[in-house]
Design a binder for this molecule. Structure first.
Ligand code: PLP
Length: 435
């Protein structure tokens, strides 16, 4: 597999380089030079395969010889060891549940696969790989649990004190082993600024082999294609042939992976993006002008993104042509009030407790269906388990949340976190003292 930069189509780097660099120096995004077309027979018979078999076929088509198939098989089977079921709410509406992994959110797919790929490429004798990550909640848990116990790696997570939910904090701070958490007396933006400064600090980089677990890493994007194929396989097994996927979107990595799957030959009728009031992409699809704005805080806080970092990739997939983008993607935007009404409707109509992000996808799926009636399955993605978002869900509904197995055990573990002031000097000293 070779990759180019969206800012320089003549650039070619290996998969390994793209994984460790995350983004090209020209600040573009890595894209596969060739998007392979999967064997039509594989798609035709896809309902015969398991999630892991599908994942291996898709990953292998993309990555090629960069990881021999036997090794890739081990990575896939180790990383994708939980299900992503499609559950039907009614005859034509399904929800693809992506929260059955260890951090109860879809980011487990990306983080677990990336951690194992990084472990694989970090050959013995290499310096310890130091992963730095700032989190507002969901990314950190997926990265911590994804890298937990992966040899040759260590993760340092910075999270804003008092600004993550209970379950999120437990996932960040109860791991030990090769995972350490820094509880920063500041905001998520402060955490991100500290991490950014560390990456730009030459003397620190001379001492430590730093890497980011950024959501734009190609090794996070690839595994997110798997569950679109797997959802389609489940639908096909039930006799459904046409599907519209609706994706709650923030950085647009999740829906970007769906569009990559589509480009590889997955038959999808249409994609719908649901956003909160951070509506840069919906405005772009309307007007054709890309005008990012500072992010606004909402109930669906994992989607509070004013300048979605993966959007460039999606534009690249469709040759930067607005007409092509509009023919495959629609988008809808919702306020917190609308999101709350949707959570209540899901609960009262279907006895389904959804997180705010998932509720936005539900609304967008309905809006698209109202504008485009027809005989297709409308499947929206549930990106997180509701137990991670107690503040966003009305108390009487939240009471009905069934916690995943393991959540209780997590709550009983001691908290392991070191306090950190918003001070780069302190952060650097911590990293160097605890090498
Ligand atoms: C990260 C996240 C999203 C947004 O996904 P993108 O790939 O950034 O669009 C949506 N929902 C939840 C729960 C998330 O954690």
């Amino acid at each position: 597999m070779k990759l180019y930069s969206t800012n320089n189509k003549d650039l070619r780097v290996s998969f390994q380089d793209a994984v460790f660099n995350s983004l090209p120096q020209d600040k573009g995004l890595y894209m596969p030079e060739v998007i392979p077309n999967l064997d039509p027979l594989f798609i035709k018979n896809i309902q015969q395969y398991s999630l892991q078999e599908i994942a291996l076929t898709v990953a292998s088509a993309l990555i090629g010889d960069d990881i021999p198939k036997e090794d890739l098989k081990k990575i896939v089977e180790d990383a994708i060891n939980f299900d992503a079921p499609v559950k039907f709410l009614d005859a034509e509406t399904g929800v693809l549940e992506l929260f059955h992994g260890p951090s109860y959110a879809f980011k487990d797919f990306g983080a677990r696969f990336m951690s194992r790929v990084m472990g694989y490429f970090s050959k013995q004798g290499d310096k310890l790989l130091d992963v730095l990550v700032a989190t507002s909640g969901d990314t950190g848990g997926a990265v911590a649990l994804g890298f937990l116990g992966v040899e040759g790696t260590r993760v340092t997570i910075l999270y804003p004190k008092g600004k993550v939910s209970k379950v999120q904090e437990e996932q960040l701070t109860t791991n030990g082993q090769n995972i350490r958490a820094l509880e920063v007396d500041g905001t998520f933006d402060d955490c991100q600024a500290l991490v950014k400064q560390a990456f730009n600090d030459a003397s620190l980089n001379a001492e430590l082999r730093l890497t980011s677990a950024n959501s734009i890493n190609i090794a996070r994007l690839i595994p997110q294609t798997f569950y679109y194929f797997w959802a389609y396989a489940q639908l096909k097994a039930q006799g459904v042939n046409e599907v519209v996927f609706t994706v709650p979107s923030g950085n647009f990595g999740n829906i970007g992976a769906g569009l990559l799957a589509y480009k590889m030959g997955l038959p999808v009728k249409h994609f719908v993006a649901g956003t909160n009031v951070n509506d840069t992409v919906p405005r772009f699809l309307q007007s054709g002008a890309y005008e990012p704005k500072p992010s606004v805080q909402t109930l669906a806080n994992a989607m509070d993104v004013g300048n979605p970092s993966n959007w460039v990739r999606i534009q690249d997939l469709f040759d930067n042509e607005l007409d092509k983008l509009r023919s495959i993607i629609s988008s809808f935007t919702y306020t917190d009030e609308e999101t709350q009404v949707a959570m209540r409707e899901l609960f009262e109509k279907y006895n389904y407790v959804a997180c705010p992000h998932t509720a936005i996808a539900y609304l967008a799926a309905q809006a698209y269906k109202a504008e485009n009636p027809g005989e297709y399955a409308s499947v929206f993605l549930s990106t997180a388990h509701p137990c991670k978002f107690p503040d966003g869900i009305d108390a009487d509904i939240f009471e009905k949340v069934t916690y995943p197995a393991g959540a209780e055990e997590l709550a009983g573990k001691p908290k392991l976190a070191d306090p950190l002031a918003v001070s780069y000097e302190d952060f650097k000293e911590y990293l160097l003292k605890n090498k």
